[in-house]
Design a protein around this ligand. Structure first.
Ligand code: HMG
Ligand code: MG
Length: 318
């Protein structure tokens, strides 16, 4: 173990989208912008800023078009070299909104289980694959980068365990249609490390899927997210999704609680000698802002520990 760890890992921040879509509080667009500016200042180089989905399905992100347009001329974000902003898009209508807002990358999404697919996007897996191919073709013609999430790759809240062969077939079809990167989602945080290792090994060795085109997206519902990251690292994955403070979840996946917290991920990676380019103290500052905006404590473990240390230091001075 730990013989083939990467030198660096790419952290893909989903807090402003996966995080805020699951909060009952509606955050003002100007406050979302402040939060995204704080995230950009940490050194994160991929931030998913919002969704272009139906506002009836996700009212929390109904301001997506306005937010993205404002951010396209935001001087703080423009000053961050190499920062890529992107948004979640379910269909051509959402793709058009992303184009109108000037985004260079769109993030499609579908599920590996039929019931979650129907509940989340009102499409069967086959219908979703056709939509993903349609949007990918449009994006490639426009020279835009395409990421696609495949949700419920281990377990579905409605259908139970998911067959890895089904996941492999979806991944192959998405790559054949031109998708650049696929993020495999443990939507309800049910996976354990050996399952993660076995899935990636099967995809890479039996299906010749390049590991460089795969990312892992863990939710920490049952406390296995960091262990699953280690299994992902061991299996050769170097792109991991996470969310500030551990915010998030899919409103159409009952039981899905917070994402893996970005600070927990970065703390662990740095401790293992793996670079991320992300400033942990600045992430904590962004977490403080998120707590203020949401009016509640966030579940991220490192955030909690560091804030307790900061409070202790302040008391010691006073
Ligand atoms: P539908 O009702 O089947 O769609 O929903 P429709 O084509 O019949 O359209 C219905 C209405 O929605 C129409 O408006 C459309 O114009 C509008 P109306 O005529 O009724 O006023 N509409 C849109 N509006 C804005 N933007 C759009 C758009 N498309 C249609 N892009 C649809 C189908 C896909 C739209 C809907 O199911 C939807 O928006 N679903 C989104 C659900 C969602 O966002 N879930 C959470 C994200 S997934 C997730 O969290 C998992 C992930 O994190 C990875 C993981 O953890 O596994 C990514
Ligand atoms: Mg998610």
């Amino acid at each position: 173990m730990f013989e083939s760890l990467p030198n660096s890992v790419h952290v893909f921040e989903v807090g402003p989208r996966d995080g805020l879509q699951n909060e009952s509080a509606l955050i003002a667009t100007a406050d979302k912008i402040k939060l995204i500016e704080a995230l950009a200042a940490t050194g994160l180089r991929d931030i998913e800023i919002t969704s272009f989905v139906s506002p009836k399905w996700i009212p929390q992100l109904a301001d997506g078009p306005e937010l993205a347009k404002e951010l396209s001329t935001n001087s703080i974000l423009i000053a961050q070299e190499g920062l890529r902003t992107s948004a979640l898009v379910p269909n051509l209508k959402g793709y058009q909104s992303a184009c109108d807002a000037g985004l260079k990358q769109v993030n499609l999404f579908m599920s590996a289980s039929q019931s979650h697919s129907k509940k989340n996007i009102n499409k069967t897996i086959e219908e979703a694959l056709a939509t993903m191919a349609e949007v990918t073709a449009a994006a490639k013609a426009d020279k835009r980068r395409v990421r696609c999430y495949v949700s419920t790759v281990f377990a579905c809240p409605y259908d139970g365990l998911v067959d890895p062969v089904v996941v492999a077939e979806i991944v192959e079809k998405l790559l054949a249609s031109g998708v650049d990167e696929i993020s495999l989602g443990d939507t309800i945080g049910a996976a354990t490390p050996k399952q993660v290792f076995d899935l990636i090994t099967m995809l890479a060795k039996e299906r010749q899927i390049p590991r460089s085109q795969l990312a892992l997206h863990f939710h920490d519902t049952r406390g296995t997210a960091l262990a699953n990251v280690v299994a992902g690292l061991e299996s050769g994955i170097t792109i991991f999704d996470s969310s500030l403070g551990g915010l998030g979840g899919c409103p159409y996946a009952p039981g899905a609680s917070g994402n893996l917290a970005t600070e927990d991920l970065v703390y662990m990676l740095h401790g293992m000698g793996i670079k991320t380019g992300v400033d942990l103290e600045k992430l904590v500052d962004a977490g403080v802002l998120a707590e203020k905006l949401l009016g509640k404590k966030l579940p991220g473990r490192y955030l909690m520990a560091r804030l307790a240390e900061r409070e202790k230091a302040v008391k010691a001075i006073a």
